[in-house]
Write a protein that binds this ligand. Sequence first.
Ligand code: NAP
Length: 489
Amino acid sequence: MTTTTEVTTKTYLNYINGEWVASETGKTGVSKNPARKDEVVGSYQLSSSTDFDKAASSARQAQKAWRKLTGNVRGDYLLKAASIMEERIDDIATAMTQEMGKTFPEAKGETARGVAILRYYAGEGMRPVGDVIPSTDSDALMFTTRVPLGVVGVITPWNFPVAIPLWKMAPALIYGNAVVIKPASETAITCAKVIECLHDAGIPAGVVNMVTGSGSLLGPEMASNKNIDAITFTGSNTVGKSLAQTAVARGIKYQLEMGGKNPVIVANDADLDLAVEATISGGLKSSGQKCTATSRVIVQKDVYDEFKEKLLKKVAEITVGDGMDAGTWMGPSSSQGQLDTVLTYIEKGKAEGANLLFGGNEVVGKDGLNGYYVEPTVFEGVTSKMVLAQEEIFGPVLALMKVDTMEEALEVANDSEYGLSASIFTTKISNMLSFINEMDAGLVRINAESAGVELQAPFGGMKQSSSHSREQGQAAKEFYTSIKTVFIK
Ligand code: NAP
C-alpha cells in the first residue's frame, strides 16, 4: 500500500540579510517529486545576479562583526540550530525524499547527520587553532593563529541536500566566515528548510544567505563577485573545473569535490555474504546517486560464480518505488535527465559488449507509480576499456569484472581517472595492507561498503575526484581559515 504524502506547494524565498525575500526577477522555478512526476513539492526563486550581489554584500558587512565574536558564542548559534533541526527532522527528511527521491529512512539519517555536523562544529569554537613554535630569538614568542577567509560562496548538489550544505556552512561559520549558498535547484526547498533552522536560531542578519536559481547563471556570478573570498563546490567535474578557472584568475581560494567511479574488490578469502550486502547497499541505495557509490565490482575468479549468484539473488529482492512508502528499498532517479543518463549508459554497456545479467529497464514503481524509476542493473564481462567502467553513471548500475590475482584487482581498481572511495572484502592482512598502500582513493574501506563517510574524519578524493583538498572533521579548518604566523618581541 502506498502512503499518501502531504505535499506543500508553498513558494520559498531567498534569504538575504536575515530576511526572506522574493527575487527581483519575479520568477520562480518548480520543484517536482521524481517519485510522482506530476506532483509539485513547491516553488523557489529564480534569482538574478543582482539578487546574488545583494546577498554577497550583506555577507561582507555581517562578517565584520561575526568574526569578532568568540568561538563559543558562534558555536551557540550552531547548537541552537542543531536542536531546532532535530525537532524538524521528519519535515526536513520528507522534503528531501519528495525533492530528490531517496527513501525516507535514508533522508532521516542524513538529516540526523546534519544535526550532528552542527554540533561537531559548534565544539570547534572551543578547540585550539594554532601552535607555539620555538623562535631562534630568545626574547620572542612565536605562534600561529587562524583567521577567517571572509565571505565563502557555497555551491551544492542535490544528492545530499542537507549534509553537504551543512558540512560546508558549519565549519565556514564557526571559523568566523559569512556564507552565501546557492543550493542545487532540484533540492532548493530542502536547503531553505535548513536555512530556516539557522534563522530561527537567531544567527545575526547577513551571516548566512541563500540565493536559489540557475547554477549556470549564479555560479559564474559567485565566482567573479568581488565580495566572495572563497568558493567551496560539490558537484560534477565539468562545472567544478570551470569555477576553478575563475577562482584561479581572481586569486581566491577554492575547493572542489566531484565525481567518483568507486570500486569494490572481493578477494578469494572474503566473507561473501558481507561483500554482497555491502555491494548492494553501497551501489544501489539512493539509486546509486552518491559520489561514493560502488560502481565497479572486481571479483577474484575463484569466488566469482558464487558471489555473482548470491548478488543476483539479493538484487532480485529489491523493491523499487516512492521513497515515502515504507516498503520501498530503492527510490527513483532524481529527475528525467538523470533517468535518461542512466538508461543511455545501460545502452552503451550493451553496445560495448558487456553482458546484462539483471535489470536494465525503466520501470513503473510499486503500485503503478509514475516516476523516474529504473531497475537495479547488473552487468558482467565489463573491462576497463568500456565506458561502463570509466564514466560516472550516478545510477543503480553495477559492473562485474573478473580478475585472477590481487595485483590485477588493484590494477583494475586504479584504472580510472577518479579516486574518491574504494573498498575491499578480504580476511587476509596482506591484502588489506596492499589495498591501503596502493589504492589511489581518498577514502579506503576494508570489509565495509564504499559509500560511508563519518563527519569527524577528513573526506575528499584523489585524481579527478577533488581539488586535492579535504572536507569535514579537522580538515575543514585548512580550507576555511588562513594561517597567520605571529612573532612578538
Ligand atoms: P552539477 O550539475 O555540477 O551541479 C552542482 C551544483 O552546481 C548545483 O547547485 C548546480 O546548480 C550548480 N551549477 C550548475 N551549473 C553551474 C555553473 N555553470 N557554475 C556554477 N555552478 C553550477 O552536479 P549535480 O548533477 O547536481 O551533482 C552530481 C555530481 O556531484 C556527481 O558528479 C557527484 O559525484 C558529485 N558529488 C560529489 C560529492 C563529493 O563529495 N565528491 C558529493 C556529492 C556529489 P543547478 O542545480 O541550478 O543546476
